[in-house]
Design a protein around this ligand. Sequence first.
Ligand code: GLA
Length: 390
Amino acid sequence: MREKLLKDFEDIFEYSDNVEYYFAPGRVNLIGEHTDYNGGHVFPCAISLGTYAAARKTDEKIIRLYSKNFQNFGVIEVSLDELDYDKKHDWANYPKGIIWSMKRAGYKLDQGLEVMFYGNLPNGAGLSSSASIEMVTAVLIKDLYNFNIDMQDMIKLSQATENNYIGVNCGIMDQFIIGMGKKNHALLLDTNSLNYEYVKINLEKASIVIANTNKRRGLSDSKYNERRRQCEEGLIDIKKYIDIQSLGELDEETYRDIKNLISDEINKKRVKHAVYENRRTLKAKKALEIGDIKEFGRLMNESHSSLRDDYEVTGVELDTLVELAWSKKGVIGSRMTGAGFGGCTFSIVKDEYIEDFINDIEREYKEKIGYKPSFYIAKIVDGAGKLCTP
Ligand code: GLA
């Protein structure tokens, strides 16, 4: 991979000395969806699809950015002093935003940079392509400029970039797992305290199969922000009567006792999902720990139903993929992953049935939806860093 990146780097920037290489993965969230901005738990893992970067420092005060995935934009050139968000820079606003945030946080960037990116994550498909390019930019800057910044601070800085520079009010899950991922492990994160724990993934002759609906996501950012607002409104109603800081503090029983304090019927459903999903995540982590994959799969299925009926972030494409998966032999569980509104599902499928699973669902989904889904088999890898393999 390094050789290939170097060749492309040379073609674009006509220079090849002092180039360094980096990689940030994407992620699949196993369970705990739309809980991270509600002070709940999430249980993601980092996957081998992600964003590569080849980069070097220059003597000018200019940043040059190029993406093999967006070749029509050519090399995007900005001065180190003019890093404001610019709609016409499109994809390049993500790395620009990280540099902008680093400067605002007091890190002294006095030399320019040339970076070439290449990603093999499908864009906007719910596998965190944006957090992946943000995190690969953060680690390359730390390394090239020798900044004294630890992974947790880079994670917070990337989330702040997404919130304040890009304008998506996301939680911390994506950046956290992309920074802290561990090979063959999932990570249970308490988004309230940021305490975390790794759990070994042992699926016993089964694998994680990701399926992309290939639906264009469109209005997802505004709907995401709307869900967040609905949960916040529900919390305000509850706080008038009981002393809590976030929905993550509630259990199912308490929710049943206090649900009528929430005045709006839609907000009530949103809060129900946030509370039940958080509890499901803790149960699912326990099930995985003791090797009860069947129970893990059952909780995955329950999570999808709750995202469909109470949180209403699925849609016909995701529901079709999941319902088809549920009907297939060898499937232990299946659910949407990520923000929803299109994007990807993942299923745990016994290895001997994977081929049939993919062939059948590809055909049946196309019959129903009109176009084909795409499939990826996920390997669970380490978080963002310097690329060590040749
Ligand atoms: C997106 C956000 C995350 C999280 C998920 C839903 O991926 O970036 O912070 O809220 O949606 O679980």
